[in-house]
Design a protein around this ligand. Structure first.
Ligand code: SAH
Length: 251
């Protein structure tokens, strides 16, 4: 059996209770060493086999899982944040389906949730934005033409950009070209929830220079939108004049 487990965004105690239990029971742990907090490996049991997937190909990862399965062992495949966000898990699911290997998935705290917590921000502020677009700049991994940043900006919603901290000049240019005003509030969150986290707030047109001045070029999220601004509306949910399934409106 294979368990895909979300390690959380950084701090070792942000893994879920279920994830920690699975990790403590696994015979084989394959972890994404580039971003998973090494402290988490302390939850693995004595004698567990530990493999850093940063040094492996997909075929090698699947090979390790096959060997574990043949020996009747349990594997935890530990991914940073939540496995469903830029986790490269689909290709592993497909390979395991083909081999008839059983697996399940335990979610984790994605770094975009960790970053909001660090900033004490809400992505979906009433009357400001009710939509979050998660995307990335095109790098060596191509992005489909219809999803280019410039096109996504048309919504002027909240945007969260992964995997783009090293491409900030281009990102800033695309966000501006798409139509966000230059003074749109933005933030760079480096290593959210890690001990050496940095949160940097700036205007959209200062993103690249702010990252440069603070030495940030990787392991960061770029957040853009008026949700970071000064104005927040009020929800209907907690409005006294509004009835819900749980509460009558007060006159
Ligand atoms: N599955 C992960 C994302 C993996 S892709 C998740 O749910 O968070 C790797 C990218 O995620 C990095 O380039 C960076 O943009 C972002 N990232 C991961 N951990 C981060 C953290 N603690 N703080 C800020 N960004 C992070």
């Amino acid at each position: 059996m294979v368990h895909f487990v979300g390690a959380g965004s950084g701090a070792a105690d942000l893994i879920t209770v279920r994830g920690a239990k699975l990790l403590s029971e696994a015979d084989v742990v394959i972890y994404a060493g580039s971003l998973v907090n090494p402290e988490l490996l302390g939850y693995a049991k004595e004698g567990a086999q530990l493999h850093d997937s940063a040094k492996l190909t997909l075929e090698e990862v699947i090979g390790l899982i096959r060997a574990a399965e043949a020996a009747g062992k349990t594997t935890v495949r530990l991914h940073t944040g939540d496995p469903s966000v830029y986790g490269a898990v689909r290709e592993q699911f497909d390979a395991l389906d083909e081999l008839g290997v059983e697996y399940d998935v335990c979610p984790g705290v994605s770094s975009f949730c960790g970053a909001a917590a660090s900033l004490k921000a809400e992505y979906t502020v009433p009357d400001v934005s009710q939509t979050v677009i998660i995307s990335r700049m095109e790098g060596r991994t191509p992005v489909p033409e219809k999803e280019k940043i410039r096109a996504l900006v048309a919504h002027r919603s909240t945007m969260v950009l992964f995997l783009s901290a090293g491409l900030l000049e281009g990102l800033q240019r695309e966000l501006l070209a798409g139509g966000y005003p230059p003074d749109t509030p933005a933030a760079i969150v480096y290593k959210a929830t890690w001990p050496d986290e940095k949160t940097l707030r700036c205007r959209l047109d200062q993103l690249a220079e702010t990252a440069k001045a603070n030495g940030v070029s990787k392991t960061a999220l770029i957040l853009v939108g008026e949700f970071l601004g000064e104005h927040g509306g009020r929800s209907r949910l907690y409005d006294p004049a509004f009835s819900t399934g749980f509460r009558e409106a007060k006159p």
